[in-house]
Design a protein around this ligand. Structure first.
Ligand SMILES: Nc1ncnc2c1ncn2[C@@H]1O[C@H](COP(=O)(O)OP(=O)(O)O)[C@@H](O)[C@H]1O
Ligand SMILES: [Mg+2]
Length: 224
């Protein structure tokens, strides 16, 4: 499964969420490759230090994405692609390969407007591919005490975009994790709230992976 973190705006949390998802999947024993498609290389530097066993591949343009991403998907259960902040052709290429596009965005009206541009890229890819990728927006770097407001829900609905229930709060531990070559989940007490937020989001996105007990797994299977 290829999961691409895309948003043509920089600084919205793509690399942070992509790297955190790599750590979370590893923590659940899943095989994962990180495909870093951003010239800033922030997620690849983080993962090389925090999870040296994870294969990290740099894909620096749209041709490399289209040629190599599908091959990587055949070599691992999950390929997490960290998208660039500006090169739109690379983002389009990611959307032509991904099974799921996660679109991190900050919670403001300005960001919601910028989101409509990303959404049109998603629609174009879905039209070409007659369905995929699934796409979901995630509110990231939101203030403490934030509740998913009616406004944001309506903005997402008007774009026909799903919006994750779980927002990711602005927390120091999340910003500190790459510098410490760690993930929030193994940074101890000070990072517990950040780790819980990320775990809640990833369980929401991948309900079957976060299951801990045999009875939880049975219940999920019975529900199908
Ligand atoms: N939830 C968060 N809490 C605190 N800092 C965050 C959070 N998400 C991202 N950051 C910080 O914001 C900056 C931009 O995030 P980044 O993931 O690099 O965005 P992008 O990849 O979209 O450009 C980084 O310095 C990162 O550490
Ligand atoms: Mg980035």
């Amino acid at each position: 499964m290829i999961i691409a973190f895309v948003n043509s705006k920089g600084g919205v949390g793509k690399s942070t969420l992509a790297g955190s998802l790599v750590g979370w999947l590893r923590g659940h024993g899943r095989s994962v490759i990180l495909a870093d498609c951003d010239t800033q290389c922030s997620s690849s530097e983080w993962i090389r230090e925090a999870a040296p066993e994870v294969r990290v591949v740099r894909l620096s343009n749209s041709d490399e994405v289209l040629d190599e991403l599908p091959l990587l998907a055949s070599e691992s259960e999950f390929v997490i692609a960290d998208g660039p902040g500006s090169q739109t052709e690379t983002s389009r290429a990611l959307l032509l390969c991904a099974d799921l596009a996660v679109i991190p965005c900050k919670a403001s009206m300005m960001e919601a407007r910028a989101l409509s541009k990303n959404t049109s890229f998603v629609r174009q890819a879905q039209a070409i591919r007659k369905g995929p990728p699934d796409a979901i927006a995630v509110l990231s770097m939101v203030g403490r005490g934030y509740r998913l407001t009616k406004d944001m829900r309506e903005a997402a609905m008007s774009l026909h975009l799903s919006l994750a229930e779980t927002p990711i709060i602005l927390r120091q531990a999340i910003a500190d994790a790459p510098g410490q070559a760690k993930f929030c989940g193994n940074m101890g007490f000070a990072a517990r709230e950040a780790a819980r937020d990320l775990d809640t989001l990833f369980r929401e996105l991948f309900p079957k992976i976060g299951l801990e007990t045999a009875s939880e797994i049975r219940m999920a299977n019975d529900g199908e």
